[in-house]
Design a protein around this ligand. Sequence first.
Ligand SMILES: N[C@@H](CCC(=O)N[C@@H](CS)C(=O)NCC(=O)O)C(=O)O
Length: 253
Amino acid sequence: MSARLYVIPASHPAIAAELMLERKGIAYKRTDLLPVISKGALRALGFPRQTVPALKIEGSKVQGSRQIARELERLRPNPALFPADPGQRAAVEEAERFGDEELQHPIRQILWWTLKRDKAPLRSYSEGAKIGLPIGLAMKTAAPIVALSAHFNEATDENARAGLAALPGLLDRVDELIAAGTINGAELNVADFQIAPSIGLAMTLDDLRPLIEGRPAGALAQRVVPDYPGKTPPILPAEWLEPLRGTTASAAS
Ligand SMILES: N[C@@H](CCC(=O)N[C@@H](CS)C(=O)NCC(=O)O)C(=O)O
């Protein structure tokens, strides 16, 4: 089977797609794209949309982490990403939808907000990536890339703060999915691969890691993506983190 995956280094849905390819045992080549530049590159490659992950596999082009999951399941049914039991499958698909539609974006917005404040950590997110130019030179282009990415992702003060305020509820939901056995079972499923990278990305922020790592959601990320690339030193305003601190205190009591 021939497969090439187009990613932005450290993109959480792109890491989800990589985990699924690995689970399926499908060998693939990876092309690393810089954010923003990725939009034109994907268009030039003939993909209909402008986001990663984007996969060329067996002559077809598939885009989006959930669409990729289904195509991989179709092409290679075993090991399965989706449970066979219809009830369990519905629960896993709902968890996957939650991961894609509710969890991914606030974490993306928080990260771009921090990078807008300080571009230096961007380099750590590209560790090991092959972006077609020396990393030092690429980092010189970081200012417009970060500004545009923050703009496209609407990483405003208001949205970053709202994302942080929503995070306790989102983490509770992940913990509940774990407690229900929908995710973090003996065999990882598509929802594990969708959700864990978002938690892993959040934990690259030093502001957030201590507030997540003691929770079941943090343990899931440690299990599924122990080496998530990137590290952002503390930068978020203390008052924006208050909603999360409250959760940790009540969880510990
Ligand atoms: N929900 C989609 C999200 C895809 C997405 O928004 N990807 C981001 C990277 S995390 C992207 O390609 N952004 C374009 C850019 O940054 O230029 C999925 O799971 O595939």
